[in-house]
Design a protein around this ligand. Sequence first.
Ligand code: FAD
Length: 417
Amino acid sequence: MKRQADIVIVGAGIWGLSTAYHLAKAGTSRSIIVLERNTAVASETTRQAAGQIGQLRSHPLMANAVRYTLELLSNLKEVTGYDPELNRTGSLHLAQCDERVTSFEAQIDHACALGIAAELADGMLVEKLCPAIDAEAIKGALYVPDDGYVNAHSAAIALGRAVIDLGVKICLETEMTDLGLIDSAVDHVETTQGTIQTNCLVVTAGPWAGRIASMAGITFPIQPIRLQQARTVRDSELPEHHPVVRIPDQSCYLRPENGGYLFGMFDPDPLPIDPRALAAGFSTADIAPEKDLVDEARRRLAPIFPILEELEIAQYRQGMITCTPDAGYVVGPTPCIRGQWVATGCGGMGIAGSGAIGRWLANWIIDGDPGEDISIFAPPRFKGHDPEWLREECRHVCANYYALESVTYSLGQSGND
Ligand SMILES: Cc1cc2nc3c(=O)[nH]c(=O)nc-3n(C[C@H](O)[C@H](O)[C@H](O)COP(=O)(O)OP(=O)(O)OC[C@H]3O[C@@H](n4cnc5c(N)ncnc54)[C@H](O)[C@@H]3O)c2cc1C
């Protein structure tokens, strides 16, 4: 027997689950099915994320999106009973050159205009907030006290449990394998567990969104790129929580995790990965760790965090961030296909914006309007792009994630995740 659903969401990472949550919370009587090819939700990119949620964004739309995500996650336990494990311990951006200190001053003005608390921190405050830091190794610091970090896996699981309570059906081990169209409108999806009749498909398949697009003969302007990080062993000297630390002059970040440190670096020569060109079952687990990059990150961080020299690596953690040439998301109705929606192109800020992604899509599907002008994320904005150009632009975005020009000019970045 064919199944039927008013809305089918493909992909149970944090974006698919946030979308399901906002759709179900809206209280319409629409039936919602979430398809996930794996045996568990949030087992791909979301599971790998550092979960850093920084509010300082060059574009007010992104700043508001992050603020909303923080609000959603801060209240989630009270509203649903499920704990996303959010820590509002703030963030510290450390400068190692005078230009960066000057950029911090400009960022404080920008933050102030956006209503975000931000201040310069002197060495004493830095060492008080993060005792493992050697403040002699830095030239200045920017402190954003209301930022935070979340256990991204726990947050997605919390949303997953909440949507089940709200009547959403999550179908695990169910891979979408094809799309059925009638007169360029969504009619059904084919899955490894049979056909599902639907007129509304939401593609939240992360780095695999390109595979779904190709089922309809279209492309999205995205390029998945490897991101590498590592977690150290525990150390009794380290506090359980402290602010996320970003060292943009080294392209590195670090935060506490499990009594040790989780740290990573934006690769200056990033590796593009194209799931469309790889075996159908290709997953995050197939990406080999790049240990040299971790060694390089540790070498760059050690002058500021001398303790890193002594801590062994407990886990290499790598995955793909799905980049776009302008560092903006890809969100909205798919051009040329009625009834298909997409949200991909997360970059390194997919957890940070996950709440807003779900809210925009739910508003748009239910009310015909995302609730604010998100046309800068329109899926067709690089229509007719040359794939090689796209790949190189995305590599450039990723390699320069923390570069000084990104702070001022790019859409979503400001050295925040
Ligand atoms: C190392 C690393 C660190 C990061 N750190 C941060 C950070 O600090 N802050 C931040 O904001 N972001 C961070 N990110 C980015 C963040 O992890 C992503 O933006 C976010 O997880 C994207 O979620 P998603 O739901 O779009 O994708 P995913 O979590 O990948 O979910 C997509 C899901 O779709 C499923 N799927 C794919 N194809 C099909 C199909 N045909 N049928 C059924 N299911 C399918 C997959 O199995 C998967 O579960 C980081 C990413 C990495 C890799």
